[in-house]
Ligand binder design. Structure first.
Ligand SMILES: Nc1nc2c(ncn2[C@@H]2O[C@H](COP(=O)(O)OP(=O)(O)OP(=O)(O)O)[C@@H](O)[C@H]2O)c(=O)[nH]1
Length: 398
């Protein structure tokens, strides 16, 4: 199939993205590297290769993982999670907001309703069935990871990331002390676990105090870790609140790091953006509003917020008219089934608009189309997004 347009319909391609990508480095010479001017469309052959490569890598990882998981399942009792899915463990002091964060992001609870949550008294696990299963667990405050009678192997062996929720509206020095103790413990016993710090309840602080607090927490933690000989331990920090988009953005970044498909998804989105002159593209998990991948161009909070609100609208409409729809998969090249898609203009000049397209029941592609990407290129965009959709479906096909 060919696009109806000639090459010169495209505006000059943006400069190549400097960010290193392991997939690009691995491209064999037999697979042609897409040059911005070489073709109007993304190459289906290249996408196929990328997805196959990603799948075989993932299968190899899963095989290795299943074996160790089996051992831990048999011997370690209560808290064991299967390998292969992103697994998050929430930790922090009492009433820091651990349960609220999970309920708001993964269960769509209204932030106001979190006022009535019961304290967590034992390790609670939950899972979100989506494009992959995202598993979460929360550690109650009275359990200490470092205490000698605590079976830390059972708890941490399958965890991908520990999210430390630090309440900045409370006296947070004691939380920093526990955080450091836990980070050092993990660095020594479970070094492969990512450590993320949510500097939480930031909504209660004034604009300038927000940044000062963020900097102070980060500095203290870094200094103390360096003093204890773990300065190289990578810790990520986010300012979060359940009352705005910050919690979704932070959670997105935490989950992304645990997805083996991320490099393939990013490569595909980068190619789509440069081919169709898209300003910013996000791949959203439709149910939870976290984004699982984005292209390499800079992220602006406003773009993310608009796309995220748009996903909300799509979800609300789906809840009214039903989640199931027929023919989302393209049966063959000749037979193109209908796909959920829409466009909306969102700035006053009408130059910027959002292009939304369903990839499957769980994933949605949201693109911010900037100035110069007028709607008359729509056929070209539709065609390229169709190729991306096929490639993404293969990436997640087990
Ligand atoms: N202002 C503000 N309050 C929040 C935020 N997140 C959570 N809270 C409030 O913090 C309180 C405690 O939240 P929980 O989620 O129960 O905290 P927790 O850490 O799970 O508590 P325990 O299970 O008892 O340790 C609730 O009243 C929430 O409404 C936030 O981002 N901003």
């Amino acid at each position: 199939m060919r696009t109806l347009f000639s090459e010169n319909i495209l505006s000059p391609s943006p400069t190549p993205v400097p960010r290193p990508n392991p997939f690009e480095l691995l491209l064999p010479s037999s697979v042609p590297t897409a040059s911005p001017n070489a073709s109007v469309q993304s190459s289906p052959r290249q996408h196929e290769w990328l997805t196959q490569h990603s799948q075989s890598q993932q299968r190899a990882e899963d095989d290795a993982a299943t074996q160790s998981s089996y051992v831990s399942d048999v011997h370690r009792g209560q808290y064991t999670l299967r390998k292969g899915n992103p697994r998050l463990l929430f930790m922090g002091l009492r009433k820091s907001g651990k349960t609220s964060v999970q309920k708001v992001v993964f269960q769509k609870m209204s932030p106001a309703d979190t006022l009535f949550l019961e304290p967590t008294t034992h390790i609670e696990t939950d899972s979100l069935q989506s494009f992959v299963t995202i598993e979460t667990a929360e550690m109650p405050t009275h359990l200490s990871a470092t205490s000698p009678d605590f079976d830390h192997h059972a708890v941490f062996s399958n965890v991908g990331a520990v999210i430390w929720v630090l309440d900045v509206q409370d006296e947070y020095l004691s939380s920093i002390a526990s955080l450091i103790e836990t980070a050092v413990f993990l660095a020594e016993h479970h070094p492969r676990i990512n450590f993320e710090v949510f500097i939480h309840k930031i909504d209660g602080l004034s604009e300038e105090y927000k940044y000062d607090t963020f900097r102070e927490v980060r500095q203290r933690v870094q200094d103390e870790l360096s003093d204890l000989g773990h300065g190289d331990k990578s810790v990520s920090y986010y300012q979060t609140s359940i009352f705005d988009h910050s919690i979704f953005e932070a959670m997105s970044k935490g989950v992304q790091k645990l997805l083996p498909q991320l490099p393939a998804m990013e490569t595909l989105l980068n190619k789509l953006c440069s081919t169709c002159r898209i300003q910013k593209a996000y791949l959203f998990d439709t149910g939870s509003k976290i984004y699982v991948a984005t292209d390499a161009s800079p992220t602006f909070l406003k773009d993310y917020e608009v796309c995220s609100d748009y996903v909300d609208v799509v979800v609300d409409i789906k809840q009214i008219y039903g989640w199931q729809h027929h023919g989302h998969a393209r049966a063959s090249d000749d037979e193109e089934a209908e796909v959920g898609e829409s466009m909306v203009t969102y700035d006053q000049s009408g130059d910027t608009y959002i292009y939304a397209r369903e990839i499957n029941d769980h994933l949605s592609l949201l693109c911010v189309m900037g100035k110069g990407s007028s709607a008359d290129k729509r056929v070209l965009i539709d065609y390229n997004v169709g190729i991306l959709q096929d490639a993404l479906l293969q990436v997640f096909k087990v």
